[in-house]
Ligand binder design. Structure first.
Ligand code: SAM
Length: 191
């Protein structure tokens, strides 16, 4: 079914540009390929394509078939093998463990706090020992976007209090509304 995200990515195909997120680039520092990676909110694949080009095996989940089709087309053009699942993340069944699970700018869409917390628990559970979770998400309502959930300060860090925190910060960023607000970012390693 064509949804609001399909509409966005039909009208603005490369909304976030083609460069990977700086946070995803850090994966190359902390965990070299080969590694099995899950991208939660893969969208049109700016991060996934970058990792696949660098030798990682990528799977991704996203609710937008339009975005996934763009990702797969680009993967095909570059002879890269990326597996995508078009599903609501809240219903996604993790049926294997990954070396790395990451999610950039996506968890804030998942509905209420319970849904967001449940997905993070699944991310943690389905990561191999020694593997990584990487998350970025806004923590600031003043950016003027109508997200169903905003993380509280330090909340993301508290989730990973039984993992090794490799990086955590809450820094200011410019959002597409033209407003500046804080975004939380974490890289954590499972003990
Ligand atoms: C702001 S975009 C970020 C995309 C990508 N992670 C990046 O950094 O370029 C958010 C993505 O989350 C997806 N999304 C939002 N809610 C979702 C849900 N409930 N289940 C699956 N995907 C969802 C959207 O389709 C969109 O691709």
């Amino acid at each position: 079914m064509f949804n609001e995200f399909d509409k966005i990515y039909s009208e603005t195909p490369q909304l976030y540009g083609n460069e990977p997120s700086d946070w995803v680039r850090k994966i190359l520092e902390y965990r070299k390929a080969p590694a099995l990676v899950l991208d939660i909110g893969i969208c049109y694949g700016r991060n996934a394509l970058f990792l696949a080009k660098n030798g990682y095996t990528i799977e991704g989940v996203d609710i937008s078939q339009v975005a996934i089709d763009k990702c797969l087309k680009e993967a095909n053009k570059n002879n890269l093998d990326i597996r995508c699942y078009c599903e609501n993340i809240n219903d996604f069944i993790f049926n294997k463990k990954y070396d790395i699970i990451f999610s950039t700018a996506t968890l804030q869409y998942l509905g209420n706090k319970e849904k967001v917390f449940s997905v993070i628990e699944k991310m943690k559970k389905n990561t191999m020992v020694g593997g990584l979770n990487i998350i970025s998400a806004p923590t600031d309502t003043k950016i003027g976007m109508d997200f169903p959930y905003y993380f509280n300060k330090k909340e993301l860090k508290n989730f990973y209090n039984n993992w090794d925190i490799l990086e955590f910060n809450e820094e200011e960023d410019l959002f597409s509304t033209g407003k500046i607000g804080t975004i939380a970012f974490i890289i954590a390693k499972k003990r």
